[in-house]
Design a protein around this ligand. Structure first.
Ligand code: HEM
Ligand code: HEM
Length: 192
């Protein structure tokens, strides 16, 4: 198990970050869609949303680590032989979009939650603080709440999740195509 990425394979920190973040982001997108649109019990919805926010902050922290690690390891495994220019460009664009979404999703979620009237001490005596696993409070740049800003960040958050779904379908489809049709080691070298 190598630490650093080489031209032949990914180092273990890259693999670990890739798979931990993949589980978290796919989980957050599924749970987020469910809690926001299909849960009628307000208490349950509230509790799930608090956990959604906490795990979303974890994604943000890991995204910073991941980009720093990537910058320290500019080498990455070579593209599989025989891939056309458009395939390489499509893969790079999908990776760029996924890197952007690792930041846009948590940031829009945080700003939406900050702008929410629920987080406004003036409007709600029972002000809901945005706590991360009950350990510390998220900074609240939009205080008091602002419903129009909340709506804007909600739109960004929801539409980014649709984009995430589309890009992920291409990304996962690409990985499976490499594995089963081209029979190269693109997927295998990202596995433990
Ligand atoms: C079941 C789900 C997934 C599979 C099978 C998968 C598979 C892969 C594979 C095989 C690679 C290596 C590509 C190469 O060697 O050129 C890769 C890279 C990458 N994956 Fe995934 N992935 C999945 C989920 C995700 C998710 C949810 C994200 C969202 C953040 C993501 C982000 C990335 C990025 C950014 C890279 C490029 C790494 C780099 O070049 O720095 N993947 N993925
Ligand atoms: C990778 C990270 C994240 C992903 C993939 C994600 C995904 C989602 C999705 C798909 C929804 C449903 C949107 C809808 O249909 O209305 C949602 C809702 C929500 N998210 Fe996130 N989220 C992430 C991070 C965060 C963070 C960090 C926060 C706040 C600190 C947050 C706060 C919220 C809130 C408050 C809602 C409920 C919105 C409503 O009531 O309609 N999210 N999220």
């Amino acid at each position: 198990m190598s630490l650093r990425n080489t031209r032949a394979k990914w180092g273990w920190p890259t693999k670990l970050l890739h798979w931990v973040m993949a589980v978290l982001m796919i989980g957050l997108a599924l749970v987020g869609t469910w809690m926001a649109n299909f849960v009628n019990d307000m208490v349950l919805q509230f509790q799930v949303t608090q956990h959604h926010k906490s795990f979303g902050v974890v994604v943000f922290g890991l995204a910073i680590l991941r980009v720093l690690w990537r910058l320290l390891n500019p080498v990455s495994p070579a593209h599989a032989a025989g891939r056309s220019a458009w395939e390489r460009r499509a893969a790079s664009m999908a990776h760029g979009a996924l890197y952007a979404l690792m930041f846009v999703m948590p940031l829009s979620g945080w700003l939406m939650a900050s702008a929410s009237a629920l987080n406004d001490p003036g409007a709600y005596p029972m002000q809901v603080k945005n706590m991360v696993f009950g350990l510390f409070e998220l900074p609240d740049p939009i205080s008091p709440g602002d419903e129009s800003l909340e709506a804007i960040f909600h739109t960004v958050h929801a539409w980014s999740s649709y984009l995430l779904a589309v890009v992920l379908l291409l990304h996962i489809g690409g990985a499976l195509k490499h594995h089963f049709r081209d029979r190269d080691d693109t997927l295998r070298r990202m596995l433990p």
